[in-house]
Design a binder for this molecule. Structure first.
Ligand SMILES: Nc1ncnc2c1ncn2[C@@H]1O[C@H](COP(=O)(O)OP(=O)(O)OP(=O)(O)O)[C@@H](O)[C@H]1O
Length: 355
């Protein structure tokens, strides 16, 4: 039997970054991991100043993976940020341009993924939905507008800084068939950015209009949680075709989801529906399904709010580990039940002309 992605990540978690002190997976240094039959490939990313010190770590990582049962060949390379394109020489933020909604050139539709509160899985849903739409043959973009914690570069296994050949437009990055731009790719890692209102609106406008998205059937926007400036700006500066709310089954999350729905109603953005995430727990040992938070509550609430329930996604450890590893479950475990649920969601949205 060949080793799985999880086996490889497990082995790599045993290796500590000599500088940061965390294991190399948690430190986000393992990129572009692929496991095909007995062949494992990955990139260990570091900054140029530390590249020389990382050679032994790379050798250790390679040896550990090679020692796994079912692994015949390992190809691991060390990359330093310096080889990545230079950061765009753009002033992030700046002042927002006045004016009403404008169409993003080349982009057919825009869907916002929203949640009333943080941590309910909005980014996980955005990443998987984007990959699922790409797998259905759609031209998909993903704009990570979660200013409080841009997570899409990690979830889609993308790193490096986007280039700006002309100093005006930004070239997005691409992985798993998805064109990606994130505020997190423009700011320095570990740099705390305090986004103030006008600066934030300017940055969001740049993300929409200065990024060379190319021709897209649909642009998915991963919003920050709650009801704030980003949601308002997005609805005011461009035409949002619809919003999808992500909620967990707990009452408090639903209460927050209701506030989010009210906001989109006020902004006159159609609500495509609600997604219940972490709906039931699937035991990773025996596959037993348990409805920890009860069952049917979200469906009943959705009906009360007059919005369709688009999907019920399980609380499944593989959903988390695959996103953490940079290849969402739709890509890395396409036959799994959660991946199939995302594919069904994507197909429904396409069939309705929404994506
Ligand atoms: N269905 C699921 N099963 C298991 N883990 C999940 C599931 N959905 C999300 N997670 C995990 O829960 C955590 C929070 O998810 P995520 O970052 O997508 O939430 P979020 O709503 O975007 O949060 P925030 O907006 O606060 O950044 C992540 O570690 C993610 O991997």
């Amino acid at each position: 039997m060949s080793a799985t992605r999880e086996d490889v990540l497990g082995a790599l978690r045993g290796i500590i970054d000599p500088v940061g002190g965390k294991d190399i997976v948690t430190a986000g240094m393992v990129r572009a991991l692929t496991v095909e039959g007995g062949t494992v490939r990955f990139v260990l990313e570091t900054d140029p100043a530390r590249a020389a010190r990382m050679e032994p770590t790379l050798a250790e990582a390679e040896a550990k993976v090679k020692a796994l049962p079912g692994v015949a060949q390992v190809s691991a390379v060390l990359t330093a940020h310096a080889s990545a394109p230079k950061p765009p020489d753009l002033k992030i933020g700046g002042h927002p341009k006045p004016g009403g909604p404008e169409k993003v050139p080349g982009v057919e539709r825009i869907i916002a993924i929203a949640s009333g509160k943080g941590g309910v899985g909005k980014s996980t849903v955005s990443a998987n939905l984007a990959c699922a739409l790409a797998a259905e043959g759609r031209r998909v973009g993903l704009l990570d507008a979660d200013i409080y914690g841009p997570s899409q570069p990690r979830m889609l296994g993308v790193s490096g800084r986007p280039a700006s050949p002309d100093g005006k437009t930004i070239l997005p990055l691409r992985n798993h068939g998805v064109t990606l731009m994130s505020l997190g790719l423009l700011t320095q890692e570990n740099e705390a950015v305090v986004w103030r209102g006008p600066m934030l609106m300017g940055a969001l406008q740049q993300m929409l209009f200065q990024v060379q998205w190319g021709a897209l059937d649909v642009l998915i926007v991963d919003l920050p949680p709650g009801t704030g400036d980003v949601q308002m700006t997005l609805a005011q500066k461009t035409h949002l075709d619809g919003a999808i709310m992500v909620s967990t089954p707990q009452d408090v999350a639903l209460l927050d989801a209701r506030k989010g729905i009210d906001m989109f109603n006020k902004l006159k953005t159609p609500i495509f529906g609600l997604i219940e995430n972490m709906s039931m727990h699937v035991c990773s040992n025996c596959g037993h399904v348990e409805h920890i938070f009860g069952h049917g509550g979200v469906a009943a609430e959705a009906e009360k709010m007059g919005v369709p329930l688009l999907a019920e996604l399980p609380l499944d450890i593989n959903i988390r580990t695959t996103s953490d590893g940079g290849a969402p479950i739709v890509v890395s475990q396409p036959d799994s039940a959660p991946a199939q649920a995302f594919r069904a969601l994507a197909r429904n949205l396409i069939a309705e002309g929404r994506a």
